[in-house]
Ligand binder design. Structure first.
Ligand code: AMP
Length: 361
C-alpha cells in the first residue's frame, strides 16, 4: 500500500514514521517553496504548483493507492483533481468546510452543535460598532496557532481592527470565559465505525498549544458524552474517513466547539506514548481500509511542545519520557519537537511537565 501525503511538515513525518513498520510506502506532495526537511528519507517528494496537471503529479508520485493531507489548507482543486486517480481521505468536502471558519460554523449550526456566538464581517462596519466586548476577530482562512486573530477588548481595539484588516474574510466571535480547553480526537473507518480517544486537556499561550494532558482530570461525564456525540455527528455528516480533532471550550458542564481539524492533531501527540494505537497509525489504518486499533489509554500522559528550542533536549529525557524532534529549521515561536511523558499519577506527571518548562527558561 502506497500513501501520498499532501504536505511535508511534522505531521507528515509522524504519519510516515508510524506507517513504515506496517510496510506502508510514502510519497509527499510539496508546494513549490515548501521546506521538506521533515520528510527527507521517508519517501519521494514531488513539487506541485497550480497549473501542473494532476495526472502528471499522480504518475510522478508513483501512482499511490490513497492520498491524504497533513494540513486542512490543502488546495481543493488539487484534491478534486487527484480524486479521479485514487481515493482521497478525508474527502475533499471535509477539507473545504474545515478550511473556512464560517463554513465550519455553518456545519455546526446545521447539526445543532453549540459554538461561540459570532458575526460575519461583510465589508460593512456598522454592526461592529454594536459588538459587545470582549471578542476575537478571526480570519476565515489560513489562521493557525492564533495567527490572523485580533483580540478585541476595548473600543480602540475594534477601531484598529477596522483600520487594518481585510475584514471581508473575518468572523468576529464572542469571547468565551472558558474554564478549560479540551479536544476530542476520534477516528472513523470506511464502514462508519468510530473510536474515540479519551478527552485531552490543552493549555495554550498566545494561541499556541503549549501542553496537553490525557485523560483530562475530573471532567464531568456530561462533557465527555457531549464530545462523543458532537464529533460522531460531524464525522457521520461528512462521511469522513480518518482522524479528526475537535477543539472545544468547557464552561461549567457545557461544551462549545471552537474548531475542527480534518487531520491528525498536535493535541493528539500524547497518543504516541499513552495509547494502545497512536493517532497516526489509526489515521493510516482508517484510510487504508484496515481495522482500527484500540484507542485505550495506557496511563496518564502529558505532552509538552518544544517551541523555539534550538537543539533536541536529550538531557531532559527521563525514564518516563520520550522525545520527538522534527528536524525543522529553528525559528523563535516555531514548534520544533515535543516530549511525551507517560506517568503513573497526575502529581508526578505535572511535576515533570513543569520542570520541562523551567528547564527551557
Ligand atoms: P483558534 O485558532 O481558534 O484555535 O484559537 C487559538 C486559541 O485562542 C484558543 O485555543 C483559545 O485559547 C483562544 N481563543 C480563540 N477563540 C476564543 C474565544 N472565542 N474565546 C476565548 N478564547 C479564545
Amino acid at each position: 500500500m502506497h500513501i501520498a501525503i499532501i504536505g511535508c511538515g511534522q505531521l507528515a513525518r509522524m504519519l510516515a514514521l508510524a506507517g513504515i513498520p506496517m510496510g506502508l510506502k510514502f510519497s509527499f506532495i510539496a508546494q513549490a517553496e515548501e521546506d521538506s526537511r521533515c520528510v527527507e528519507g521517508l519517501g519521494s517528494i514531488v513539487r506541485w504548483q497550480p497549473g501542473k496537471s494532476t495526472e502528471c503529479l499522480y504518475h510522478e508520485l508513483g501512482r499511490p493507492d490513497r492520498i491524504t493531507a497533513e494540513n486542512e489548507q490543502a488546495n481543493t482543486s488539487l484534491l478534486n483533481g487527484l480524486q479521479a486517480y485514487c481515493p482521497i481521505h478525508p474527502n475533499p468536502q471535509a477539507f473545504s468546510i474545515c478550511q473556512d471558519r464560517h463554513r465550519e460554523k455553518q456545519l455546526l449550526e446545521s447539526l445543532d452543535i453549540p459554538c461561540a456566538d459570532y458575526i460575519v464581517c461583510q465589508g460593512n462596519d456598522s454592526h461592529l460598532d454594536k459588538l459587545s466586548l470582549s471578542a476575537v476577530a478571526k480570519s476565515c482562512r489560513g489562521g493557525y496557532d492564533g495567527k490572523k486573530q485580533w483580540v478585541l477588548k476595548r473600543r480602540q481595539d475594534v477601531e484598529s481592527f477596522m483600520r487594518q484588516a481585510n475584514r471581508e474574510h473575518y468572523i468576529v466571535e464572542q469571547w468565551v470565559p472558558f474554564d478549560r480547553e479540551v479536544s476530542q480526537i476520534s477516528v472513523r473507518d470506511i464502514n462508519g465505525t468510530i473510536f474515540h480517544y479519551p478527552l485531552t486537556e490543552n493549555q495554550h499561550q498566545q494561541g499556541i498549544l503549549r501542553q496537553s494532558m490525557a485523560p483530562a482530570i475530573e471532567i464531568p461525564e456530561k462533557i465527555i458524552s457531549a464530545a462523543h456525540d458532537y464529533i460522531s455527528r460531524i464525522l457521520a455528516e461528512l462521511d469522513y474517513v480518518g482522524v479528526m480533532a475537535m477543539e472545544c471550550f468547557a464552561l461549567n458542564d457545557r461544551l462549545l466547539v471552537n474548531e475542527l481539524a480534518p487531520r491528525v492533531h498536535n493535541s493528539g501527540h500524547w497518543t504516541q506514548s499513552g495509547s494502545a494505537t497512536c493517532q497516526f497509525e489509526n489515521h493510516l489504518r482508517a484510510i487504508s481500509e484496515l481495522p482500527l486499533g484500540s484507542t485505550k489509554s495506557l496511563g496518564i500522559t502529558g505532552m509538552v511542545n518544544l517551541i523555539g528550542t534550538e537543539k533536541p533536549p536529550l538531557n531532559a529525557l527521563t525514564i518516563e519520557s520520550s522525545l520527538h524532534w522534527y528536524d525543522k529549521i529553528v525559528r523563535p515561536g516555531r514548534k520544533l519537537g515535543h516530549i511525551n511523558i507517560l506517568s503513573e499519577d497526575y502529581h508526578s506527571l505535572l511535576q515533570q511537565m513543569r520542570s520541562l518548562h523551567l528547564g527551557r527558561g
